[in-house]
Design a protein around this ligand. Structure first.
Ligand SMILES: Nc1nc2c(ncn2[C@@H]2O[C@H](COP(=O)(O)OP(=O)(O)OP(=O)(O)O)[C@@H](O)[C@H]2O)c(=O)[nH]1
Ligand SMILES: [Mg+2]
Length: 459
Protein backbone atom coordinates (compact mmCIF):
# COMPACT_ATOMS: atom_id res chain seq x y z
CA UNK A 1 0.00 0.00 0.00
CA UNK A 2 1.33 3.41 -0.93
CA UNK A 3 0.54 5.87 1.84
CA UNK A 4 2.88 8.79 1.39
CA UNK A 5 2.65 11.85 -0.83
CA UNK A 6 5.45 12.74 -3.23
CA UNK A 7 6.42 16.03 -4.87
CA UNK A 8 8.73 16.89 -7.74
CA UNK A 9 9.34 19.41 -10.53
CA UNK A 10 7.95 17.96 -13.75
CA UNK A 11 9.36 20.52 -16.16
CA UNK A 12 13.02 20.91 -17.13
CA UNK A 13 15.11 22.60 -14.47
CA UNK A 14 16.29 26.09 -15.39
CA UNK A 15 14.67 29.33 -16.48
CA UNK A 16 11.48 28.94 -18.50
CA UNK A 17 8.06 30.52 -18.98
CA UNK A 18 6.45 28.35 -16.36
CA UNK A 19 7.42 25.35 -14.32
CA UNK A 20 5.09 22.64 -13.11
CA UNK A 21 5.36 21.06 -9.70
CA UNK A 22 3.47 17.85 -9.17
CA UNK A 23 2.14 16.37 -5.94
CA UNK A 24 0.71 12.87 -5.80
CA UNK A 25 -0.64 10.81 -2.92
CA UNK A 26 -3.40 10.63 -0.31
CA UNK A 27 -2.38 13.92 1.37
CA UNK A 28 -1.92 15.93 -1.82
CA UNK A 29 -4.93 18.22 -1.25
CA UNK A 30 -4.26 18.72 2.48
CA UNK A 31 -0.63 19.62 1.90
CA UNK A 32 -1.52 22.03 -0.92
CA UNK A 33 -4.10 23.69 1.35
CA UNK A 34 -1.39 24.55 3.89
CA UNK A 35 0.45 26.79 1.43
CA UNK A 36 -2.09 27.85 -1.23
CA UNK A 37 -4.49 30.79 -0.92
CA UNK A 38 -7.14 31.06 -3.63
CA UNK A 39 -10.86 31.75 -3.84
CA UNK A 40 -11.53 28.20 -2.64
CA UNK A 41 -9.46 25.83 -0.57
CA UNK A 42 -8.01 22.96 -2.57
CA UNK A 43 -10.21 20.54 -0.66
CA UNK A 44 -13.32 22.51 -1.72
CA UNK A 45 -12.15 23.00 -5.30
CA UNK A 46 -13.94 20.85 -7.89
CA UNK A 47 -11.91 18.00 -9.34
CA UNK A 48 -10.30 18.53 -12.75
CA UNK A 49 -10.46 22.33 -12.53
CA UNK A 50 -7.80 25.01 -12.32
CA UNK A 51 -7.80 27.98 -9.97
CA UNK A 52 -5.65 31.07 -9.60
CA UNK A 53 -4.03 31.87 -6.26
CA UNK A 54 -0.87 32.53 -4.28
CA UNK A 55 1.68 30.30 -2.65
CA UNK A 56 2.37 31.66 0.84
CA UNK A 57 4.97 30.33 3.22
CA UNK A 58 3.16 29.25 6.38
CA UNK A 59 6.32 30.04 8.38
CA UNK A 60 7.32 33.50 7.14
CA UNK A 61 3.91 34.48 5.63
CA UNK A 62 5.87 35.62 2.61
CA UNK A 63 4.30 35.30 -0.88
CA UNK A 64 6.48 32.93 -2.89
CA UNK A 65 4.69 33.22 -6.25
CA UNK A 66 1.34 33.60 -7.95
CA UNK A 67 0.30 30.35 -9.54
CA UNK A 68 -2.37 28.26 -11.23
CA UNK A 69 -3.34 25.15 -9.33
CA UNK A 70 -4.91 22.09 -10.98
CA UNK A 71 -6.73 19.60 -8.82
CA UNK A 72 -7.29 16.03 -9.96
CA UNK A 73 -9.05 13.59 -7.72
CA UNK A 74 -8.24 9.87 -7.78
CA UNK A 75 -8.70 7.66 -9.70
CA UNK A 76 -8.88 9.68 -12.94
CA UNK A 77 -5.26 10.88 -12.75
CA UNK A 78 -1.81 9.98 -14.10
CA UNK A 79 -0.93 8.03 -10.94
CA UNK A 80 -4.49 7.03 -9.98
CA UNK A 81 -3.87 8.95 -6.74
CA UNK A 82 -4.94 12.44 -5.75
CA UNK A 83 -2.82 14.79 -7.83
CA UNK A 84 -2.14 18.53 -7.61
CA UNK A 85 -0.18 20.38 -10.25
CA UNK A 86 1.07 23.86 -9.52
CA UNK A 87 2.15 26.01 -12.48
CA UNK A 88 4.47 28.68 -11.16
CA UNK A 89 6.69 31.19 -12.87
CA UNK A 90 9.56 29.28 -14.37
CA UNK A 91 12.56 30.25 -12.32
CA UNK A 92 14.87 27.77 -10.66
CA UNK A 93 14.79 29.54 -7.28
CA UNK A 94 11.00 29.65 -7.18
CA UNK A 95 10.76 25.96 -7.97
CA UNK A 96 13.22 25.20 -5.18
CA UNK A 97 11.42 27.34 -2.56
CA UNK A 98 8.08 25.85 -3.54
CA UNK A 99 9.38 22.30 -3.30
CA UNK A 100 11.02 22.97 0.06
CA UNK A 101 7.73 24.33 1.32
CA UNK A 102 5.94 21.17 0.20
CA UNK A 103 8.56 18.98 1.86
CA UNK A 104 8.21 20.91 5.13
CA UNK A 105 4.46 20.39 4.98
CA UNK A 106 4.49 16.63 4.65
CA UNK A 107 5.45 15.68 1.09
CA UNK A 108 8.55 13.68 0.32
CA UNK A 109 10.87 14.20 -2.71
CA UNK A 110 9.82 12.00 -5.62
CA UNK A 111 12.43 9.62 -6.97
CA UNK A 112 13.14 9.54 -10.71
CA UNK A 113 10.16 7.99 -12.51
CA UNK A 114 8.18 7.61 -9.29
CA UNK A 115 4.98 9.17 -10.63
CA UNK A 116 4.98 6.68 -13.51
CA UNK A 117 5.95 3.89 -11.12
CA UNK A 118 2.85 4.67 -9.07
CA UNK A 119 0.73 4.57 -12.22
CA UNK A 120 2.16 1.07 -12.73
CA UNK A 121 1.80 -0.08 -9.11
CA UNK A 122 -1.76 1.22 -9.01
CA UNK A 123 -2.57 -0.79 -12.14
CA UNK A 124 -3.25 2.07 -14.56
CA UNK A 125 -0.53 0.98 -17.00
CA UNK A 126 1.61 -2.12 -17.31
CA UNK A 127 5.38 -2.24 -17.39
CA UNK A 128 5.71 -2.13 -21.19
CA UNK A 129 3.53 0.98 -21.24
CA UNK A 130 5.60 2.63 -18.53
CA UNK A 131 8.72 1.97 -20.58
CA UNK A 132 6.98 3.54 -23.57
CA UNK A 133 6.53 6.73 -21.53
CA UNK A 134 10.29 6.99 -21.22
CA UNK A 135 10.74 6.23 -24.92
CA UNK A 136 8.38 9.07 -25.83
CA UNK A 137 10.44 11.48 -23.74
CA UNK A 138 13.68 10.30 -25.30
CA UNK A 139 12.48 9.83 -28.90
CA UNK A 140 14.88 11.39 -31.36
CA UNK A 141 12.63 11.43 -34.42
CA UNK A 142 8.89 11.66 -35.01
CA UNK A 143 8.76 8.15 -36.39
CA UNK A 144 10.11 6.87 -33.07
CA UNK A 145 7.73 8.89 -30.94
CA UNK A 146 4.78 7.68 -33.04
CA UNK A 147 5.66 4.08 -32.26
CA UNK A 148 6.24 4.82 -28.57
CA UNK A 149 2.82 6.49 -28.33
CA UNK A 150 1.26 3.32 -29.76
CA UNK A 151 3.06 1.29 -27.14
CA UNK A 152 1.77 3.57 -24.43
CA UNK A 153 -1.72 3.00 -25.81
CA UNK A 154 -1.02 -0.67 -25.20
CA UNK A 155 -0.06 -2.16 -28.58
CA UNK A 156 2.61 -4.44 -27.10
CA UNK A 157 0.54 -5.28 -24.03
CA UNK A 158 -2.47 -6.25 -26.15
CA UNK A 159 -0.46 -8.49 -28.41
CA UNK A 160 1.20 -10.16 -25.44
CA UNK A 161 -2.09 -10.67 -23.67
CA UNK A 162 -3.42 -12.41 -26.78
CA UNK A 163 -0.41 -14.73 -26.79
CA UNK A 164 -0.68 -15.35 -23.04
CA UNK A 165 -4.37 -16.11 -23.48
CA UNK A 166 -3.53 -18.80 -26.06
CA UNK A 167 -0.99 -20.41 -23.76
CA UNK A 168 -3.48 -20.36 -20.89
CA UNK A 169 -6.15 -22.02 -23.04
CA UNK A 170 -3.70 -24.72 -24.02
CA UNK A 171 -2.66 -25.20 -20.41
CA UNK A 172 -6.26 -25.59 -19.28
CA UNK A 173 -6.85 -28.23 -21.98
CA UNK A 174 -3.88 -30.10 -20.60
CA UNK A 175 -5.07 -29.73 -16.99
CA UNK A 176 -8.49 -31.14 -17.95
CA UNK A 177 -6.82 -34.10 -19.57
CA UNK A 178 -4.61 -34.68 -16.54
CA UNK A 179 -7.55 -34.48 -14.14
CA UNK A 180 -9.99 -36.48 -16.27
CA UNK A 181 -7.87 -38.87 -18.35
CA UNK A 182 -11.02 -40.74 -19.41
CA UNK A 183 -12.16 -37.61 -21.33
CA UNK A 184 -9.61 -37.63 -24.14
CA UNK A 185 -6.69 -39.80 -25.08
CA UNK A 186 -3.40 -38.23 -24.03
CA UNK A 187 -2.10 -38.48 -27.62
CA UNK A 188 -4.91 -36.29 -28.89
CA UNK A 189 -4.12 -33.56 -26.39
CA UNK A 190 -0.43 -33.91 -27.19
CA UNK A 191 -0.97 -33.41 -30.91
CA UNK A 192 -3.24 -30.46 -30.15
CA UNK A 193 -0.45 -29.00 -28.01
CA UNK A 194 2.04 -29.57 -30.79
CA UNK A 195 0.00 -27.52 -33.26
CA UNK A 196 -0.84 -24.77 -30.80
CA UNK A 197 2.79 -24.43 -29.72
CA UNK A 198 3.83 -24.10 -33.34
CA UNK A 199 1.38 -21.25 -33.93
CA UNK A 200 2.49 -19.44 -30.79
CA UNK A 201 6.14 -19.82 -31.78
CA UNK A 202 5.34 -18.16 -35.11
CA UNK A 203 3.69 -15.24 -33.36
CA UNK A 204 6.65 -14.80 -31.04
CA UNK A 205 9.01 -15.02 -33.99
CA UNK A 206 7.22 -12.17 -35.77
CA UNK A 207 7.66 -9.97 -32.71
CA UNK A 208 11.30 -10.92 -32.28
CA UNK A 209 12.01 -10.15 -35.93
CA UNK A 210 10.42 -6.70 -35.64
CA UNK A 211 13.18 -5.83 -33.16
CA UNK A 212 15.75 -5.33 -35.95
CA UNK A 213 13.81 -2.32 -37.22
CA UNK A 214 12.58 -1.35 -33.76
CA UNK A 215 16.10 -1.18 -32.41
CA UNK A 216 17.37 0.90 -35.31
CA UNK A 217 14.50 3.31 -34.80
CA UNK A 218 15.02 3.62 -31.09
CA UNK A 219 18.79 3.58 -30.76
CA UNK A 220 19.64 4.86 -34.19
CA UNK A 221 22.03 3.35 -36.62
CA UNK A 222 25.81 3.76 -36.79
CA UNK A 223 26.79 4.62 -40.35
CA UNK A 224 30.51 4.84 -41.04
CA UNK A 225 32.02 6.69 -43.99
CA UNK A 226 35.13 4.75 -44.96
CA UNK A 227 37.65 4.91 -47.79
CA UNK A 228 41.25 5.64 -48.61
CA UNK A 229 42.56 9.21 -48.08
CA UNK A 230 41.32 12.18 -50.08
CA UNK A 231 38.28 10.53 -51.70
CA UNK A 232 35.86 13.05 -50.11
CA UNK A 233 34.74 11.36 -46.88
CA UNK A 234 34.76 14.54 -44.82
CA UNK A 235 33.08 16.46 -47.63
CA UNK A 236 30.29 13.86 -47.59
CA UNK A 237 30.03 14.09 -43.80
CA UNK A 238 29.59 17.85 -44.05
CA UNK A 239 27.04 17.52 -46.84
CA UNK A 240 24.92 14.95 -44.95
CA UNK A 241 25.02 16.85 -41.66
CA UNK A 242 24.67 20.22 -43.43
CA UNK A 243 27.38 21.47 -41.09
CA UNK A 244 31.03 22.27 -41.43
CA UNK A 245 31.80 19.50 -39.01
CA UNK A 246 34.92 17.93 -40.54
CA UNK A 247 38.02 19.61 -41.93
CA UNK A 248 38.30 19.26 -45.71
CA UNK A 249 41.55 19.86 -47.63
CA UNK A 250 43.15 18.48 -50.75
CA UNK A 251 45.93 16.98 -48.60
CA UNK A 252 45.53 13.21 -48.23
CA UNK A 253 45.44 12.25 -44.55
CA UNK A 254 43.56 15.36 -43.37
CA UNK A 255 41.21 13.58 -40.98
CA UNK A 256 43.22 12.06 -38.15
CA UNK A 257 40.48 10.91 -35.79
CA UNK A 258 36.93 9.67 -36.06
CA UNK A 259 34.35 12.48 -36.07
CA UNK A 260 30.74 11.75 -35.05
CA UNK A 261 27.52 13.63 -35.64
CA UNK A 262 23.82 12.76 -35.40
CA UNK A 263 21.52 13.25 -38.39
CA UNK A 264 17.95 12.36 -39.11
CA UNK A 265 17.70 10.44 -42.38
CA UNK A 266 14.03 10.12 -43.37
CA UNK A 267 13.00 9.58 -39.75
CA UNK A 268 15.82 7.17 -38.86
CA UNK A 269 18.20 8.56 -36.24
CA UNK A 270 21.69 8.03 -37.65
CA UNK A 271 25.06 8.49 -36.01
CA UNK A 272 27.40 9.34 -38.88
CA UNK A 273 31.08 8.62 -38.36
CA UNK A 274 33.72 10.27 -40.54
CA UNK A 275 36.99 8.36 -40.42
CA UNK A 276 40.64 8.83 -41.24
CA UNK A 277 41.51 7.58 -44.73
CA UNK A 278 42.76 4.00 -44.57
CA UNK A 279 46.28 3.48 -45.94
CA UNK A 280 49.69 2.17 -44.85
CA UNK A 281 51.59 5.03 -43.26
CA UNK A 282 54.67 5.69 -41.16
CA UNK A 283 53.12 8.75 -39.49
CA UNK A 284 52.33 7.61 -35.95
CA UNK A 285 49.38 9.92 -35.47
CA UNK A 286 47.88 8.85 -38.77
CA UNK A 287 48.49 5.18 -37.90
CA UNK A 288 46.37 5.52 -34.79
CA UNK A 289 43.67 7.26 -36.83
CA UNK A 290 43.67 4.34 -39.26
CA UNK A 291 43.30 1.91 -36.36
CA UNK A 292 40.30 3.88 -35.19
CA UNK A 293 38.81 3.78 -38.68
CA UNK A 294 39.09 0.01 -38.69
CA UNK A 295 37.51 -0.20 -35.25
CA UNK A 296 34.67 2.07 -36.47
CA UNK A 297 34.05 -0.29 -39.38
CA UNK A 298 33.81 -3.25 -37.06
CA UNK A 299 31.32 -1.38 -34.82
CA UNK A 300 29.20 -0.08 -37.73
CA UNK A 301 25.66 -1.05 -38.62
CA UNK A 302 26.24 0.09 -42.19
CA UNK A 303 29.30 1.31 -44.13
CA UNK A 304 29.56 3.84 -46.95
CA UNK A 305 32.70 3.05 -48.94
CA UNK A 306 33.78 6.12 -50.85
CA UNK A 307 35.97 5.88 -53.96
CA UNK A 308 37.46 8.64 -56.12
CA UNK A 309 36.22 7.65 -59.57
CA UNK A 310 38.72 9.95 -61.30
CA UNK A 311 41.55 7.79 -59.88
CA UNK A 312 39.81 4.49 -60.60
CA UNK A 313 39.28 1.58 -58.22
CA UNK A 314 42.81 0.99 -56.92
CA UNK A 315 44.42 -1.48 -54.52
CA UNK A 316 43.86 0.77 -51.49
CA UNK A 317 40.13 0.86 -52.30
CA UNK A 318 40.10 -2.92 -52.56
CA UNK A 319 41.79 -3.09 -49.11
CA UNK A 320 38.99 -1.05 -47.57
CA UNK A 321 36.35 -3.18 -49.29
CA UNK A 322 38.08 -6.32 -48.01
CA UNK A 323 38.00 -5.00 -44.43
CA UNK A 324 34.26 -4.39 -44.72
CA UNK A 325 33.64 -7.79 -46.31
CA UNK A 326 35.80 -9.42 -43.64
CA UNK A 327 33.59 -7.89 -40.95
CA UNK A 328 30.52 -9.01 -42.85
CA UNK A 329 29.01 -5.50 -42.77
CA UNK A 330 26.29 -4.25 -45.08
CA UNK A 331 27.73 -1.52 -47.30
CA UNK A 332 27.25 0.64 -50.34
CA UNK A 333 29.98 1.69 -52.78
CA UNK A 334 29.91 5.36 -53.81
CA UNK A 335 32.00 6.55 -56.73
CA UNK A 336 32.61 10.21 -55.91
CA UNK A 337 33.97 13.09 -58.01
CA UNK A 338 32.13 12.10 -61.22
CA UNK A 339 32.43 15.80 -62.14
CA UNK A 340 36.11 15.14 -62.89
CA UNK A 341 35.37 12.37 -65.36
CA UNK A 342 34.20 13.73 -68.65
CA UNK A 343 34.05 10.57 -70.68
CA UNK A 344 30.83 8.58 -70.39
CA UNK A 345 32.54 5.34 -71.35
CA UNK A 346 34.59 5.14 -68.11
CA UNK A 347 31.52 5.84 -66.03
CA UNK A 348 29.52 3.16 -67.80
CA UNK A 349 32.29 0.65 -67.23
CA UNK A 350 32.18 1.36 -63.51
CA UNK A 351 28.44 0.91 -63.36
CA UNK A 352 28.73 -2.42 -65.13
CA UNK A 353 31.57 -3.70 -62.97
CA UNK A 354 30.00 -2.64 -59.67
CA UNK A 355 26.25 -3.12 -59.86
CA UNK A 356 24.44 -1.36 -57.05
CA UNK A 357 27.14 1.29 -56.67
CA UNK A 358 26.12 4.94 -56.50
CA UNK A 359 27.62 7.59 -58.77
CA UNK A 360 28.22 10.74 -56.79
CA UNK A 361 29.61 14.22 -57.06
CA UNK A 362 29.54 16.16 -53.84
CA UNK A 363 30.55 19.25 -55.83
CA UNK A 364 27.55 18.92 -58.12
CA UNK A 365 25.32 17.53 -55.37
CA UNK A 366 24.41 14.36 -57.25
CA UNK A 367 23.96 10.90 -55.76
CA UNK A 368 23.29 12.20 -52.23
CA UNK A 369 19.54 11.56 -52.33
CA UNK A 370 20.16 8.08 -53.65
CA UNK A 371 22.58 7.41 -50.79
CA UNK A 372 20.07 8.61 -48.18
CA UNK A 373 17.44 6.44 -49.80
CA UNK A 374 19.80 3.46 -49.59
CA UNK A 375 20.49 4.00 -45.87
CA UNK A 376 16.79 4.35 -45.15
CA UNK A 377 16.08 1.28 -47.28
CA UNK A 378 18.56 -0.78 -45.30
CA UNK A 379 17.10 0.33 -41.96
CA UNK A 380 13.56 -0.44 -42.98
CA UNK A 381 14.14 -3.23 -45.53
CA UNK A 382 10.65 -2.71 -46.83
CA UNK A 383 9.43 -2.57 -43.30
CA UNK A 384 7.64 0.77 -43.58
CA UNK A 385 4.40 -1.14 -43.13
CA UNK A 386 5.77 -2.15 -39.75
CA UNK A 387 5.05 1.33 -38.47
CA UNK A 388 1.47 0.16 -38.30
CA UNK A 389 2.21 -3.20 -36.72
CA UNK A 390 3.21 -4.12 -33.22
CA UNK A 391 6.89 -3.36 -33.02
CA UNK A 392 9.34 -4.45 -30.35
CA UNK A 393 11.77 -1.60 -29.66
CA UNK A 394 13.01 -2.57 -26.24
CA UNK A 395 15.96 -4.95 -25.73
CA UNK A 396 14.52 -6.21 -22.45
CA UNK A 397 11.29 -7.19 -24.18
CA UNK A 398 13.16 -8.92 -26.97
CA UNK A 399 15.23 -11.01 -24.60
CA UNK A 400 12.10 -12.08 -22.68
CA UNK A 401 10.41 -13.03 -25.95
CA UNK A 402 13.39 -15.18 -26.89
CA UNK A 403 13.26 -16.98 -23.54
CA UNK A 404 9.53 -17.61 -23.96
CA UNK A 405 10.13 -18.89 -27.49
CA UNK A 406 12.78 -21.37 -26.31
CA UNK A 407 10.38 -22.74 -23.71
CA UNK A 408 7.64 -23.13 -26.29
CA UNK A 409 10.05 -24.92 -28.56
CA UNK A 410 10.81 -27.25 -25.71
CA UNK A 411 7.06 -27.80 -25.15
CA UNK A 412 6.69 -28.42 -28.87
CA UNK A 413 9.46 -31.01 -28.86
CA UNK A 414 8.02 -32.70 -25.79
CA UNK A 415 4.61 -33.07 -27.40
CA UNK A 416 6.16 -34.24 -30.65
CA UNK A 417 8.11 -36.93 -28.85
CA UNK A 418 4.97 -37.96 -26.95
CA UNK A 419 6.48 -37.12 -23.56
CA UNK A 420 4.07 -36.72 -20.67
CA UNK A 421 1.59 -33.86 -20.58
CA UNK A 422 3.12 -32.81 -17.26
CA UNK A 423 6.36 -31.94 -18.97
CA UNK A 424 4.62 -29.92 -21.65
CA UNK A 425 2.67 -28.05 -19.00
CA UNK A 426 5.85 -27.24 -17.11
CA UNK A 427 7.39 -25.51 -20.14
CA UNK A 428 4.19 -23.63 -20.90
CA UNK A 429 3.96 -22.30 -17.37
CA UNK A 430 7.56 -21.15 -17.49
CA UNK A 431 6.91 -19.42 -20.84
CA UNK A 432 3.92 -17.61 -19.35
CA UNK A 433 6.14 -16.34 -16.59
CA UNK A 434 8.78 -15.03 -19.02
CA UNK A 435 6.13 -13.18 -21.00
CA UNK A 436 4.65 -11.84 -17.80
CA UNK A 437 7.94 -10.14 -17.02
CA UNK A 438 7.45 -7.87 -20.03
CA UNK A 439 4.13 -6.49 -18.87
CA UNK A 440 4.90 -6.76 -15.18
CA UNK A 441 2.51 -9.61 -14.34
CA UNK A 442 5.53 -11.52 -13.08
CA UNK A 443 8.29 -8.93 -12.82
CA UNK A 444 10.40 -8.95 -9.71
CA UNK A 445 11.08 -5.87 -7.70
CA UNK A 446 14.72 -5.44 -8.75
CA UNK A 447 13.74 -5.31 -12.42
CA UNK A 448 10.98 -2.82 -11.72
CA UNK A 449 13.30 -0.59 -9.68
CA UNK A 450 15.98 -0.73 -12.35
CA UNK A 451 13.52 0.31 -15.04
CA UNK A 452 12.13 3.30 -13.18
CA UNK A 453 15.50 4.52 -11.95
CA UNK A 454 16.38 5.33 -15.56
CA UNK A 455 13.49 7.81 -15.80
CA UNK A 456 13.96 11.53 -15.40
CA UNK A 457 12.94 13.33 -12.24
CA UNK A 458 9.35 14.50 -12.05
CA UNK A 459 7.95 11.91 -14.49
N1 LIG B 1 36.08 17.46 -57.90
C1 LIG B 1 35.61 17.07 -56.75
N2 LIG B 1 36.34 17.19 -55.62
C2 LIG B 1 35.83 16.79 -54.46
C3 LIG B 1 34.53 16.23 -54.38
N3 LIG B 1 34.29 15.90 -53.08
C4 LIG B 1 35.41 16.27 -52.38
N4 LIG B 1 36.32 16.81 -53.20
C5 LIG B 1 37.64 17.34 -52.84
O1 LIG B 1 38.51 16.27 -52.51
C6 LIG B 1 39.48 16.70 -51.54
C7 LIG B 1 39.47 15.77 -50.34
O2 LIG B 1 38.24 15.89 -49.66
P1 LIG B 1 38.03 15.41 -48.18
O3 LIG B 1 36.58 15.48 -47.90
O4 LIG B 1 38.94 16.12 -47.25
O5 LIG B 1 38.51 13.90 -48.33
P2 LIG B 1 38.69 12.80 -47.17
O6 LIG B 1 38.30 11.50 -47.78
O7 LIG B 1 38.00 13.20 -45.95
O8 LIG B 1 40.26 12.79 -46.99
P3 LIG B 1 41.10 12.34 -45.69
O9 LIG B 1 40.53 12.98 -44.49
O10 LIG B 1 42.46 12.81 -46.00
O11 LIG B 1 41.04 10.86 -45.64
C8 LIG B 1 39.11 18.13 -51.17
O12 LIG B 1 39.88 19.01 -51.90
C9 LIG B 1 37.63 18.23 -51.61
O13 LIG B 1 37.24 19.55 -51.93
C10 LIG B 1 33.76 16.12 -55.57
O14 LIG B 1 32.61 15.67 -55.62
N5 LIG B 1 34.35 16.56 -56.73
MG1 LIG C 1 38.65 13.57 -44.06
Amino acid sequence: MINDTIAGVSTAVGNSGISVIRLSGPEAFLIADKIFKGKYTVSEQKSHTIQYGKIISNETKEVIDEVLLSKMEAPRTYTRENVVEISSHGGYTIAVSLLNLLYKNGARPAEPGEFTKRAFLNGRIDLSQAEAVMDIIQARTQRVSKIAVKQLEGSVSQKLNEIRERIITLLSDIEVNLDYPEYDAEEITLSKAERAAEEIINELDGLIRSFHYGKLLREGMDVVIAGRPNVGKSSLMNRLTRKNRSIVTDIPGTTRDTVEEYVNIKGIPVKLVDTAGVRDTFDRVEQQGVERSIKAISDADFVIILIDISKGFITEDQDVLNKVLGENKPYVLCFNKTDLVKDKQTINEFINSYPGAILMSIYEDTGIDELEERIFGYATENRQDMDNQVLITNARHESQLRKAKELLESAHRASQLNMTLDMVALDLKAALEELGKITGHHADEDVINAIFSRFCLGK
